[in-house]
Design a protein around this ligand. Structure first.
Ligand SMILES: C[S@@+](CC[C@H](N)C(=O)[O-])C[C@H]1O[C@@H](n2cnc3c(N)ncnc32)[C@H](O)[C@@H]1O
Length: 322
């Protein structure tokens, strides 16, 4: 733990390159080939994601912001004030700023795997909210999470925006929601942003922005593997491919080999034919009914929800059932 001042502490797990290597080798040895999306977010990937959020086609960020801004007082009224506010996968920590003044949490615990971005973002919050204790934790939220012990009155609020829950396969999403319920504790709350099913053109456009930023974000994964794992991906020989899979109810992102090639990753050789793909991310889109079922299975009772006029996106407030 590093104390960065009286009200800002930074906790970091050791960086584990061997786990990254193992997951890439395992993921490319399986059929279909996959690499977990958590590896998108090195420093470059985190900056590219911020840029995706500014693309006009990428409606989830602007829509979620508009809901949070419009309803911040109502959300705080229902979610409660003076709690410990924990945000897994917090990214730039910008969305939480729509809630801090209304909620006046006793402490804010942003958690993210992307160390450089977390350090800057959490420091920025500590500087701008001098009444708030900030305990930033750099960790993989899918591992068992060791959160700092912060005295509270027994109530915690977990804030999980960005529809990041859509990146989990539905069964894994239930397991992860159960983890969030454990973190919040009995009677604790979860405020979660969920991207809803909608017309396919809007969905396809959001993951294929005209400026090519999502393509760059996707391909940065191969650059990162080259940089960190002694690999020789020819990044010009893979194409970004993203599409809505209506049977599965999800956007799929792939990197598709444009020709026959062999890639060497730290001594492991992988053969690709033209058209072979690496599945890099899924983003499930839910109906209100399907998300309620998922949250119910994880032990959450619904308290309230807020949406935009197009019904593109929904913020749900849940309470951990007794
Ligand atoms: C799609 S971005 C969303 C960021 C922010 N929550 C928002 O709504 O704009 C996903 C964030 O989760 C982080 N992340 C992804 N997988 C993670 C994991 N397994 N453990 C911790 N953080 C993770 C990424 O580094 C990134 O900041």
């Amino acid at each position: 733990m590093t104390s960065m001042g009286t009200d800002f502490r930074f906790y970091t797990a050791n960086e584990n390159t061997s786990e990254f290597y193992r997951e890439v080798i395992d993921g490319l040895s399986n059929t279909p080939r996959r690499i977990p999306p958590k590896y998108f977010y090195d420093e470059t990937g985190a900056a590219l994601f911020e840029s995706i959020c500014e693309q006009p086609e990428y409606y989830p960020t602007s829509t979620e912001y508009s809901i949070l801004r419009e309803h911040s007082k109502a959300i705080a009224g229902r979610a409660g004030t003076g709690q410990v506010l924990i945000e897994p996968g917090c990214g730039s920590c910008e969305k939480v700023t729509t809630l801090l003044d209304a909620m006046r949490p006793v402490a804010y615990v942003p958690v993210d795997i992307s160390r450089e971005q977390l350090q800057l973002a959490a420091a920025h919050i500590a500087e701008n909210y001098d009444w708030l204790d900030v305990h930033a934790v750099c960790a993989d939220i899918t591992d068992s999470l060791n959160l700092p012990e912060i005295p509270d009155d027994g109530h915690r609020l977990v804030f999980y925006p960005g529809s990041s829950i859509g990146n989990f396969e539905p069964d894994d999403a239930v397991d992860f929601l159960r983890t969030l319920a454990d973190i919040a504790g009995e009677g604790g709350r979860l405020l979660i942003g969920v991207d809803l099913q909608k017309d396919h053109d809007t969905l396809n456009a959001a993951y294929n922005d005209a400026n090519g930023v999502t393509a760059e974000f996707n391909l940065n994964l191969l650059h990162r593997i080259n940089r960190e794992l002694d690999a020789d991906f020819d990044t010009d020989a893979f194409d970004h491919h993203a599409f809505y899979n209506s049977l599965a109810g999800r956007i799929e992102m792939h990197l598709v080999s444009v020709r026959r090639q062999t890639v060497n990753i730290g001594g492991h050789l992988f053969e690709f034919s033209a058209g072979d793909s690496i599945h890099t991310e899924s983003s499930y889109k839910y109906t209100r009914a399907s998300f309620m079922t998922l949250a119910g299975k994880a032990g959450f009772d619904p308290l309230d929800s807020w949406s935009d006029t197009d019904d593109y996106f929904c913020m749900y407030l849940f309470r951990v059932a007794a």
